[in-house]
Design a protein around this ligand. Structure first.
Ligand SMILES: [Zn+2]
Length: 113
């Protein structure tokens, strides 16, 4: 379950950011997670709950925005959405594609007071 180590790293960032901005409470954390990361949202929320205890991140609402996988074709330049891990150009059928979105994994914003 890699969600644990992801949550651990994110809690470090949240705590550090909160300290820097003088927050005493974190209310909401917005995350952007690409579909290629294969993260189970419930597992990540659970990891936050367990690991966030006794930190400033405790009790924060975790809002997850899913980023769909997109790729662009090296042959025709078409940009398309990847469904079912099918990395083949939707317009010309070429297999020479580059993933342009879907690998995201970062904190978008932190709200608190
Ligand atoms: Zn193409």
């Amino acid at each position: 379950m890699h969600e644990m180590s992801i949550a651990e790293g994110m809690i470090d960032i949240i705590n550090e950011t909160a300290r820097k901005h003088g927050l005493s409470r974190v209310e909401k954390v917005r995350l952007r997670i690409g579909a290629m990361r294969q993260i189970v949202p419930d597992a990540l929320r659970f990891a936050f709950e367990v690991l966030g205890k006794e930190t400033i991140a405790h009790g924060a609402e975790i809002v997850i925005t899913d980023v769909p996988v997109k790729a662009s074709c090296g042959d025709c330049g078409c940009e398309f959405r990847v469904e079912d891990r099918c990395f083949i150009c939707a317009s010309c059928g070429s297999g020479s594609v580059v993933v342009t979105a879907g690998k995201e994994l970062y904190i978008d914003s932190i709200e608190g007071e």
